[in-house]
Write a protein that binds this ligand. Structure first.
Ligand SMILES: N[C@@H](CCC(=O)N[C@@H](CS)C(=O)NCC(=O)O)C(=O)O
Length: 218
């Protein structure tokens, strides 16, 4: 397998999952500003992209995380249907209510003040939901470390990157610190920060979102 990732991005969640599962994979770091390279993997120019050993291309972090769990005996996701749905609820919440809400703040200088305040206010309310959960639980899924935590740590780091303070949220602060200091995540963070950027264009990958093979697989 190949993971195409960027440093300090949501792709960190998939990188952590691959490492936690002990899978054989190659990680290729790309520069988010290098659109030519990025679009040669994904026509919409974003990471993560996971290329499977059979050549199929997987996009969308929360889909990739669930796929990797499913083909690895439900690792890092609950087996119980209700609990599993709750885990997907966290993934969806983090993706749509935090990550995508914060994304425009990467271009803060182009935004009007009232839009920035409106967005920061919404993000704060959503962070408070996570804070409340973590005041009572070690992980988002209670005692179970899950893909939701891998995604949460990736997005909390993205939020910090766009200048959203987290220090006033004690439970989130401790949770983030504990995760960042856990051996596997620490290793992945080090690899991501130090890897050289991929500069070669890749043929034949970027349009596979639409063109995946629909033959029966299992
Ligand atoms: N819907 C995608 C969004 C991924 C995404 O926004 N990735 C960011 C990094 S955190 C990116 O590559 N941004 C580059 C860009 O959009 O230009 C997913 O959840 O996987």
């Amino acid at each position: 397998m190949e993971l195409i990732y960027a440093n300090a991005a949501c792709s960190l969640a998939v990188h952590i999952m691959l490492e936690e599962l002990g899978l054989d994979y190659e990680a290729l770091r790309v520069d988010l500003k290098d659109k030519k390279v990025l679009e040669s993997y994904n026509s919409l120019g974003y990471v993560p992209v996971l290329v499977l050993d059979n050549g199929e291309v997987m996009l969308e972090a929360i889909s990739i995380l669930q796929y990797l769990s499913l083909v690895n005996n439900s690792a890092f996701m609950p087996k119980d249907s209700f609990e599993r749905a709750k885990c997907i609820e966290w993934l969806t919440f983090i993706s749509t209510e935090l990550h995508k809400l914060a994304a425009p703040l990467f271009h803060r200088s182009d935004l009007k003040d009232n839009f920035i305040h409106f967005t920061l206010d919404k993000i704060e309310k959503r962070l408070q939901v996570i804070e409340d959960r973590l005041l009572e639980n070690a992980f988002l899924m209670g005692n179970l470390p899950s893909v939701a935590d891998m995604y949460a740590i990736a997005i909390l780091r993205v939020l910090e990157h766009v200048g959203i303070p987290l220090d006033h949220l004690e439970a989130i602060k401790n949770y983030k610190k504990n995760l960042e200091e856990s051996p596997i995540i620490k290793k992945v963070l080090k690899v991501e920060a130090n890897a050289a950027m991929e500069t070669k264009l890749r043929e034949g990958i970027s349009r596979r979102r639409q063109n995946y093979s629909q033959e029966k697989r299992h």
